[in-house]
Design a protein around this ligand. Structure first.
Ligand code: SF4
Length: 496
């Protein structure tokens, strides 16, 4: 009875969300091979994630394949309890031939143990008898960043871009059956039981020919229901901590003419998010913005590069309904910025702030990264002074200013990968210091700090190797009720 009530309430909530979705492409939900596509986070985040949506759309291009989605939270912060059912038809999740996890950042690795345990699937791939359980496939930016981490948990690890790998992988599994051995020779697909190391990926996807876009749009997405298109993949800059520039190399832009044609074919779009790791480095930025302004679109972008904010760019953004902007100076210390590969001329930066206010923008958010190797209290003091000046500028120009602080995480493959990082206790100290100092210097400034524990956990997950599954099994022994919720376990000391 309880189980039925659980199912009905899930069914009702999922159906309500489904009714709000607008689909540009219909993707088959049943086929000869059925894929459960899991986004290991809230529904609204999944529906804002072009990687996840692209995998969903591409799955529908392979004849004979059916796909249904699953989100462990329909509402953010409210994890579902088992048993788990698919989003579209409420099919038990364990019944799919293949479960594909689209993982865009390492923190989501911790979602997998709870989900698998709830489905009765052994965590270690070696403990699963082939054919008895769904084939487990993992991919996405988080996996490309650290493919080894899930290599003893997953049957297949996709290490490259979905467009160049996923349809071919599905066609192979359809033809030969959903077993890891069938795909062990494919480029960009690592079958850890059959190969000691990840194979090379195919050449990068040509985004200029086929940009990624949201074929399913919902008001619950993180862009307030806007349509989404990726206008650039990768980034031409050289911030030493940045993963996006490494895994999406080389940078590729969608030409303005292609974007214009894409938009012209979709007269229903009036609200749009332009997706790129660094949109303001698009070589035809002004053309893109002019096309949007001409069409009377509302743009949902806020993250900008201060040095690209010319008067005409500010005017175009304002015409597109953008009211608030986010800039990332990263640090108030010139030396730390230099070492990060993110130079900034302070006089020009504050002059840009003045112009942002003069153009009628109302909100400005500044983002800082704390804990970069070599950072001293003098560097923190420089950040506090930078913010004090920014708060004064904001007050003069009528901007509401907020500051957000994150923590440095050394990511594999980046130049800063082996730099080491501050642990949770040291980050807590630095955040606390900044909080007090900034409050004294700029009492009206709103400040937000990421969780030091989560930053430390992310650092662990970014560096851990195949032994991650052993950590999970230890956690499981300590805490037997891992029911769909992410692990909130300790992060063993990093050896970096
Ligand atoms: S500008 Fe942004 S996306 Fe580009 S390398 Fe720097 S942090 Fe990465």
């Amino acid at each position: 009875m309880t189980r039925l009530a659980h199912r009905f309430s899930y069914e009702e909530a999922a159906a309500r969300l489904q009714r709000l979705e607008r689909a540009e492409v219909n993707v088959p939900i049943a086929g000869r091979l059925n894929v459960g596509l899991v986004f290991p986070g809230p529904y609204g985040m999944g529906m804002s994630n072009l990687g996840f949506l692209t995998v969903h759309r591409l799955t529908g291009t392979v004849p004979g394949i059916g796909v249904e989605r699953f989100f462990p939270e329909l509402t953010a912060g409210q994890p579902l309890t088992p048993p788990f059912y698919s989003f579209e038809t409420r099919r038990p999740l364990g019944d799919f031939d293949l479960l594909a996890f689209s993982i865009s950042f390492e923190g989501d690795f911790d979602r997998l143990p709870g989900l698998l345990k709830a489905l009765g699937i052994p965590l270690r791939a070696a403990d699963r008898r082939p054919g008895r359980f769904p084939l487990l496939v993992v991919g996405g930016a988080g996996v490309a960043a650290n493919p080894a981490a899930l290599s003893r948990l997953a049957d297949l690890v996709v290490t490259g871009e979905a467009e160049t790998i996923w349809p071919g992988l599905l066609a192979r599994l359809l033809a030969e059956g959903p077993v890891a051995a069938a795909a062990a020779d494919l480029p960009g697909v690592w079958a850890p039981a059959h190969r000691p190391a990840p194979p090379a990926s195919p050449p990068p996807h040509d985004v200029a020919r086929a940009p990624a876009y949201a074929h399913l749009v919902t008001p619950a997405n993180a862009f307030g229901g806007a349509h989404l298109i990726e206008v650039m993949r990768g980034c031409p800059r050289h911030c030493v901590f940045c993963l996006a520039r490494v895994i999406y190399h080389p940078p590729r832009a969608v030409p303005a003419a292609t974007f214009a044609a894409w938009l012209a074919g979709r007269p229903w779009i009036d609200d749009l998010g332009l997706i790129a790791p660094s949109l303001f480095d698009h070589p035809e930025l002004e053309e893109l913005l002019a096309i949007c302004a001409e069409r009377g679109l509302r743009l949902r972008n806020s993250s900008v590069k201060w040095e690209r904010l010319t008067d005409s760019v500010l005017t175009l953004l304002h015409r597109c309904g953008v009211k608030g902007l986010t800039l990332a100076p990263e640090s108030g210390s010139a030396e730390i910025r230099r070492r990060m590969g993110k130079p900034l001329r302070e006089e020009a930066f504050f002059a840009t702030m003045e112009r942002i206010g003069a153009h009628g923008f109302t909100h400005l958010k500044l983002y800082f990264l704390v804990g970069f190797p070599g950072e001293t209290d003098a560097d923190l003091e420089a950040t506090a002074e930078f913010l004090e000046r920014a708060a004064g500028t904001a007050q003069r120009t009528g901007l509401t200013l907020t500051a957000a602080f994150g923590g440095f995480v050394p990511k594999q493959g980046t130049p800063a990968a082996r730099e080491g990082c501050a642990g949770a206790a040291e980050l807590k100290r630095r955040f606390h210091w900044l909080k007090r100092r900034v409050k004294a210097a700029a009492p009206r400034l709103q400040v937000r700090f990421d969780s030091p524990d989560q930053i430390a956990r992310q650092a662990f997950l970014a560096q851990v190797g195949p032994e991650l599954v052993d950590h999970y099994l230890k956690e499981e022994a300590r805490c037997p009720v891992m029911r769909g919720s992410p692990i909130r376990g300790e992060s063993p000391e990093l050896d970096v």
